[in-house]
Each structure stands twice: as C-alpha cells, then as structure tokens.
Ligand binder design. Structure first.
Ligand code: FAD
Length: 159
C-alpha cells in the first residue's frame, strides 16, 4: 500500500474541522486539525494528533495547554488560514477561555491542559484534560475526501 492510497482511505472518514491553538508567553499560534477525538468522560479527556513538522508541536510541549475550536460552516477561511492554504499573515483575534486562546464563533471551544503525550510514528498524540467548554448554536464545517463540505439537512434520519 502506498502513502497516497492510505491518505485517500483515511480521507473517506468525514470529520469536522478544528483549529488547535496554544499560547507561549503571550504569542498565540494556531493550526488546522481534524485528527481530534473524545477519549473519556470521567475524567473528561480528548486527543489531538500533531505532525512532527508542525511548528505548533514544540509550542504545545512548552505551554502544556491548548484549545480545540470546532469550526462553524462559515469559518472555512479560518481553516485555510491556519492550514497555510491562504498565504501571508492575516490578523486573527482570539478570545480567552480558562486563559487559553479560543476563536469566537466556533461551534465549540474546548480548553485543555496536556495530561500525557505519546510519540507514534511521525505524529505526537496529546491527551488533553478538558478544563472548560463554550458552545455556540451553529452548523459545523465538514471535511471529506480532501474537500470542505457543509451539512445538508434535506433528508434527516430519525434515530
Ligand atoms: P504554521 O505553518 O506555522 O501555521 C499555519 C498557518 O497559520 C500559517 O499560515 C500561519 O501564518 C497561521 N497562523 C498561526 N498562528 C496564527 C495567528 N496567531 N494569527 C494568524 N495566523 C496564524 N496537521 C496535523 O499535524 N494534524 C492534523 O490533524 C491535521 N489536520 C488537518 C486537517 C485539515 C482539514 C487540513 C486542511 C490540514 C490539516 N493538517 C493537520 C495540516 C496542518 O494544518 C498544516 O500542515 C499546518 O500548516 C501546519 O501547521 P504549523 O504548526 O506548522 O503552523
């Protein structure tokens, strides 16, 4: 199996889109990520996966904290900014939640303290202990097969 086939297969898992943000000495750094998952309810834990080349990796190791901002459907531009898909510096303002930098308008802002980290292959998994959450009533941005999508609610399934 080659890298392309693996990436294509993983891209078939539809996800939301998050911006991970951290703060080292007042300098906020953000990165777009969809490798995010809830881990445990008691205690409340989440996991993110950060590539070895990402600049945010060392920053999270230093700050030992991060936020996960689940983007709303109208925040695709923020995803593109924090994935480096839009070149050049753009001014982005951050709010604060439990002293972690968070993005206004996100569907969910999740403040975390790093409780463990695991190097696995070319990524580091950070387990985050959730210290606070803020929710907004908006539809999420979706990522599937390498493209941004939106939820369509024409045929809702009743469970
Ligand atoms: P940089 O390349 O240094 O920063 C990324 C961009 O954010 C730069 O353009 C920078 O100018 C901008 N930026 C950073 N902070 C600020 C700020 N405070 N104000 C304004 N702009 C700022 N990679 C992973 O490791 N894990 C994943 O789960 C993951 N999921 C992804 C999901 C999607 C949908 C996409 C599109 C990409 C994903 N990536 C993921 C790739 C990752 O987003 C990029 O490789 C990213 O550029 C690497 O970030 P970096 O820390 O090296 O940041």
């Amino acid at each position: 199996m080659d890298d392309r086939e693996f990436r294509t297969a993983m891209g078939k898992f539809a996800t939301g889109v998050t911006v991970i943000a951290t703060d080292v000495d007042g300098d906020v750094h953000g990165m777009t990520a969809n490798a995010f998952m809830s881990v445990s309810l008691s205690p409340k834990l989440v996991v993110i996966s950060i590539g070895e080349k990402a600049r945010i990796l060392e920053k999270i190791k230093q700050s030992k904290s991060f936020s996960v901002n689940i983007l709303a459907a109208d925040q695709q531009e923020l995803s593109m900014i924090f994935a480096g898909q839009i070149k050049g510096h753009r001014e982005v303002l951050f709010d604060r939640l439990d002293d972690k930098p968070v993005l206004a308008g996100a569907v969910a802002q999740i403040a975390c303290e790093v409780s463990a980290e695991y190097l696995e292959g070319d990524h580091t998994l950070f387990i985050g202990k959730v210290t606070d959450i803020q929710l907004t009533n908006a539809d999420p941005l979706i990522f599937y097969s390498g493209r941004y999508r939106a939820l369509v609610n024409e045929n809702p399934v009743t469970i």
